[in-house]
Design a protein around this ligand. Sequence first.
Ligand code: NAD
Length: 525
Amino acid sequence: MSTLVVQSEQSPEIVSYDPATAEEIGRVPLTSPAEVARAVERARVAQPAWAGLSFKERARVILKAREIMLAQLEELATLISREAGKPVSEAMSMELVPTLDAMHYFSHHTAALLQPQKIDIGQYGLMGRSSRIVYKPMGVVGIISPWNFPLATPAEEVVMALMSGNAVVLKPSELTPLTALKIGEIFTHAGLPEGLLEIVTGDGSTGAALIEARVDKIMFTGSVATGKRVAEAAAKHLTPVVLELGGKDPMVVLEDADIENAARGAVWGAFANSGQACASVERCYVHESIAPQFLARVLADTQALRQEVGTREDTDVGAMTNERQLRIVEDHVSDAVERGAKVVTGGKRSSNLSGYFYPPTVLTNVDHHMTIMRDETFGPVLPVMTFKTEDEAIRLSNDSVFGLTASVWTKDIARGRRLAERIEAGTVMVNEVLYTHGIAQTPWGGIKESGYGRTHGRMGLLELVTPRHIHVNRISFLPDLWWFRYDPGAQKLFQGLATHFTSGSLMKTARLLPQMIRRLFAPRV
Ligand code: NAD
């Protein structure tokens, strides 16, 4: 049990539990579709005035919220830890640090990133024309978020959406609603005008209602199955969607990698957040020549991890956030074992802890027939396979319906970059793992079934605005060459445009000048 809908006196409520202790930590309303529609309406009313403010004025509110967040660091990290099961240290390093960084970055840089842009329009420019792109807010952005990073995932998108002049309606996961309400509280205390950040707590039905309420953009982060439902529902209203979905992220360790560091990277990349990160290392391919040393290091580092309730200061790995996910992990491991995988460490639900604890698990003798190498496990399991050649490593990495992130480990950076470009994923890291969601400047998003669209960085901001093309003709007293009326002379000139003007050569176009002048100044009737 990790969440439950209960009927209170007047209306249904969602109960949030601590997955490490099964203790109830709070209740929130299950927002009805009618209430969701009212929240969207309030956001719609509030948005134009907010969009009318300067970037600096908007940034003032975000930076104030940042100050408040900083003042509540420990309280927030503890709440995240209790609601999601992760260690307080991880709530700090993987949620608060990137959120605070994004608040700083987007407050100071959104104006420059969304500056109007002049477009080079070639020879049309010589005819007194110019084109610019200006970026306008979408309006009301609906954010639907999962439970694995209950602060960072929604808060960073909230910041980007607000900075680009939108209002936001946030539907957080039913498993972690209290953290989302905290985000709302912080922005309210920072002086964000009413209606600009509406938080509608609830389950899938609430998310569906948000799409039905016809927001102007949906930023969805969650599973592939729900992502497909979201895309389908949004298509009914032609609402654009960004889909940040699951992953089965490969880690490729080449024979010239720093074995010790690659092993540490694999252990953190697979077990941080109990493996419940879309960019977790979900499968590891190590060159056969270094596999014994690599595995020995991985085993030693894994067995040294302390698994305990997240609120203990020395906890490395906390509880998983919910039972459903834990069962998926158990199913994947037992399927692998039945098909011949070897459990090197872990492999069975921890019996000395009462919450949803699954021990960090390392498997060998795995292959791509096993579910554990194909479907998203989203838990603390590291299956390790060997390879003989670069080509084989690339083929195995790309043998997946997912394409979120991947990593290549080598001391030869040029080789790393070369291989990185051959791996099908939205982000490929060389000698790094998992963390680039935390970089505010770089785009985040996947290919294949990992979704489409981007969040973070300039590309992420561009998802939250509509580009408007403004085209100006400075020569307001002359008609265009291609306007009415048509006659044999016009036809000849158009032929000339087809052969000369479209060649891009100024010299060739210049040969048409006499015809152009004749046509421009020809009598109208
Ligand atoms: P989920 O798909 O079950 O739920 C995500 C959100 O969608 C929740 O808020 C849920 O209430 C809502 N929802 C459910 N049904 C809905 C519907 N029909 N219409 C609208 N909203 C609906 O995912 P989850 O279990 O919360 O999260 C885990 C998944 O998220 C994993 O697959 C993970 O890989 C993925 N994820 C991806 C990223 C990324 O950036 N690519 C980041 C974090 C998590």
